[in-house]
Design a protein. Structure first.
Length: 239
């Protein structure tokens, strides 16, 4: 009892005791819940996966239980690489005498599983590619017509076919710029190569920048003819 009477809390009034108790409760640390582990690869795990890639020559012996996959099948290559590195097994990049990549070596079981998956999904993947290509051509055609409504149909067809050709690296298939700008650049390039002496100037040894300056007025004049709004179309040869 004497301890209770002499304690600081017992000498306080009831209201003061309640306030002091609340302060003590607030000071009690609350443990944070542990973060749930995610499946997103960290930078460290990505570096570990990259460290498992081994570059070998074509003449080096094939490891036991491994198979060689020639370069060319994008789906098989990506699938085998991903599954091999995820399984933390060695992934071999095979190069020729010129140090050019000619294929990969992966575990046989992963190769066979990827081959079955490639066969089962081939139809659906092909349909998706066809759908994507058709939509891209439609959007590209609309973008050119919107910018150059007076363009002749045969010229429009040539530009679309040339700029959106698969695996060409041309401006029509790039995803880094807006499609309206892609349409503008592709149309400029088409005019420059087919309706000016630009290619002939390059053959004569004139550098690209100078050749573009020389042909810029002719490019501008044709662009002006292909638009209904010449007063708004202050086109600059930026391609």
């Amino acid at each position: 009892m004497s301890t209770m009477k002499n304690s600081p809390t017992s000498q306080l009034r009831p209201n003061q005791q309640r306030r002091q108790l609340k302060r003590r409760i607030r000071r009690v640390p609350i443990s944070k819940p542990r973060a749930t582990p995610t499946t997103t690869p960290t930078i460290a795990s990505q570096r570990h996966m990259e460290s498992q890639e081994i570059i070998v020559s074509a003449s080096s012996p094939l490891p036991p239980d491994y198979k060689f996959l020639p370069k060319g099948n994008h789906y098989m290559t990506c699938t085998c690489r991903r599954r091999t590195l995820r399984a933390r097994q060695a992934f071999y990049v095979v190069v020729n005498d010129e140090k050019k990549r000619i294929g990969i070596r992966v575990p046989a079981r992963i190769y066979e599983a990827a081959r079955k998956s490639e066969h089962l999904t081939r139809g659906s993947r092909q349909r998706k590619v066809i759908y994507y290509d058709r939509k891209l051509e439609e959007r590209f055609t609309e973008a050119i017509r919107d910018k150059f409504p007076q363009i002749p149909p045969d010229e429009l067809l040539l530009i679309k076919q040339h700029a959106t050709r698969k695996r060409s690296g041309r401006v029509g298939r790039t995803q880094t710029i807006e499609i309206a700008e892609r349409a503008h650049l592709a149309t400029q390039a088409h005019i420059r190569h087919t309706k000016t002496e630009y290619d002939e100037l390059l053959k004569r040894g004139i550098d690209r920048e100078t050749a573009r300056v020389i042909t810029s007025q002719k490019v501008y004049n044709i662009l002006k003819q292909w638009t209904e709004r010449p007063e708004e179309g202050n086109y600059e040869d930026s391609a």
